[in-house]
Design a protein around this ligand. Structure first.
Ligand code: FES
Ligand SMILES: [Fe+2]
Length: 387
């Protein structure tokens, strides 16, 4: 018998079980509940998605100086991300080449990394600089035992890692996203805050929530209820999808604080100047780009039923330099803090409900086209490409 907490299917990876997810939105069903609750399905996602795609790890301005580093465990892969003496940001497997201990912990600044187990020393470029006690070991050359480097590339000040040496470069994967979002000037943004949350839900539930507006008048009824929305998904090429909404003002403030905003990003042009883009960068990151600020929701799966959420806030340099920045930015943080906890709570309730043996696939509204896209994007990689 197959391991599913919902109803039992003979083969989780048989495309026939997903025919109704593959149907057009109007007739489609949601992903079956087991896609959110089965350990086996999750393990397949790690192999087919997270080990192959460009995974978002925040912004390079988290580590501005040489020697600044942070560590992270991404889908079971411990990593060090560090800025070198040459100014380049690199990622390394946080696994000592002696007997495998994690070399670095937490975050900070250092001139080198010293493994806490037997003291091997690694440079900021990952090279093995010292290995005391290895004098009598034959045919041992430090040059053969540097930390294993992981591909890291950046766009717009955002950094991404890829565990697959054969994957296309980041810019190829992002397709026309850098062009469509160019006028936000993401490379000139400053990250002013980063907040972490532990979520009791599967990663897909949260990213689906971030990319549909059906829930706004219910989950966010006292915070984000939107009137007269003019919105729709836009044409994209590459590993992203987006909703564009046309509106007055910013989407990063509560209605009650609408008069407390900063000036618009000076470089905005075209559709970006008229509203907000809500972007999913597959697999598991949402970017919100509004007229005066940018925020991101970065999901790190921690297993089938737990996720870490990182919420980042960015403003143009000129905004951060304003004398009233500290006074006013708290209204932005207030908006994010309220709405994000509302989404965290509903996603936990959804995960608990969907874990029932009586959970069944549901149907989708025309307000949920990207929920349909996300499900099909996952199936394309974990089960089989769409025919
Ligand atoms: S495991 Fe790192 S020095 Fe031994
Ligand atoms: Fe929400």
């Amino acid at each position: 018998m197959r391991e599913t907490t919902n109803f039992v299917v003979a083969d989780l990876f048989d495309g026939a079980n997903y025919a109704k997810v593959r149907a057009p939105l109007e007739t489609a069903e949601t992903l079956p509940p087991w896609c959110y609750t089965s350990e086996e399905f999750y393990r397949a996602e790690v192999g087919a998605i997270f080990m192959r795609e460009w995974n978002f790890l925040g912004r390079a301005d988290r580590i501005p100086e040489a020697g600044d580093f942070f560590t992270v465990n991404f889908v079971g892969v411990p990593l060090i991300v560090v800025r070198g003496e040459d100014g380049a940001v690199r990622a390394f497997s946080n696994t000592c080449r002696h007997r495998g201990a994690k070399v670095a912990q937490g975050e900070g600044n250092c001139q080198w990394f010293e493994c806490p187990y037997h003291g091997w020393i690694y440079g900021l470029d990952g090279s093995l600089k010292g290995a005391g006690g290895m004098r009598d070991t034959k045919n041992f050359d430090n040059a053969d035992y540097g930390l294993v480097e992981v591909r890291l590339q950046a766009w717009g000040g955002f950094i991404f890692v890829n565990f697959d040496a054969g994957a296309p470069d980041l810019l190829e994967a992002l397709g026309d996203m850098p062009t469509q979002l160019a006028s936000y000037g993401c490379e000139d943004l400053v990250t002013t805050r980063r907040v972490e949350y532990d979520l009791e839900c599967n990663w897909k539930l949260y990213i689906e929530n971030a990319m549909e507006e059906y829930h706004l008048p219910y989950v966010h009824k006292t915070t984000l209820e939107l009137l007269d929305m003019d919105h729709g998904i836009i044409e994209t090429e590459g590993n992203w999808d987006a909703i564009r909404e046309v509106h007055e003002g910013t989407r990063a403030l509560l209605e009650e604080d609408a008069d407390k905003g900063f000036p618009n990003i000076a470089t905005l042009e075209g559709p970006a100047a008229e509203g907000t883009h809500y972007v999913v960068m597959y697999p598991s990151t949402m970017l919100g780009l509004t007229k005066d600020s940018v925020w991101w929701l970065e999901l790190h799966p921690q297993g089938v039923n737990r996720s870490k959420l990182i919420v980042g806030s960015c403003f143009p340099k000129s905004t951060v330099a304003r004398p009233d920045f500290d006074d006013k930015v708290k209204y932005y943080y207030k908006r994010w803090d309220k709405s994000i906890v509302e989404d965290n709570d509903i996603s936990g309730l959804q995960h608990e409900g969907i874990s029932s043996p009586f959970a069944r696939p549901g149907r989708l509204s025309s307000l949920e086209p990207l929920v349909h896209h996300i499900g099909n994007w996952v199936l394309d990689r974990v089960v089989e490409p769409r025919g």
